[in-house]
Design a protein around this ligand. Structure first.
Ligand code: HEM
Length: 130
């Protein structure tokens, strides 16, 4: 979200006009660096969020709350990456950029809640063992 804010405020949103890769290919060059970092962090975040939701579904100690927040976060991250592509395709359409920001905030909230629930599970598991 921090890098996205910078991309937007610095007017770099269309420096890399293609999706999913910039014209330089898998690796960035100076021209597309900030946009490339935004996409790289998004891809890494997306993988971690999806892995967390799979882990919460197969963990026997995980309750309904963490299952819900983690699956919701996974859905949001997929939506957010798709929206990112549409933001580029529709040349930074204001409504889409606003939705991209809103989904980012909701995603942050779900990841935060998932983390809080995960700490609760760890605490209760430690308590049960002692
Ligand atoms: C986890 C995934 C992502 C998150 C959390 C995220 C978050 C954000 C945020 C918070 C902004 C700033 C919005 C604003 O200030 O109004 C932003 C801007 C932007 N994002 Fe993302 N983003 C993600 C993925 C992507 C992807 C995959 C792409 C494109 C391939 C993308 C393209 C853009 C562009 C072009 C802007 C700048 C819009 C403008 O110039 O106004 N984002 N992003």
């Amino acid at each position: 979200m921090f890098i996205g804010g910078y991309v937007s405020a610095a007017g770099l949103g269309l420096t890399c006009p293609e999706w999913p890769l910039c014209p330089s290919g898998v690796l960035p060059n100076e021209e597309y660096l900030i946009e490339w970092i935004h996409r790289f962090v998004a891809a890494t975040t997306g993988t971690l969020v999806i892995a967390t939701s799979v882990a919460s579904w197969i963990n026997k100690n995980a309750g309904r709350k963490i299952k819900f927040t983690s699956i919701f976060a996974a859905t949001l991250v997929i939506t957010q990456i798709t929206l990112g592509a549409m933001v580029i395709d529709l040349k930074l359409h204001a409504v889409l950029v606003a939705i991209h920001l809103g989904v980012g905030i909701l995603l942050f909230a779900m990841v935060l809640l998932t983390t809080l629930f995960a700490f609760k599970i760890t605490k209760s598991t430690i308590k049960a063992k002692t």
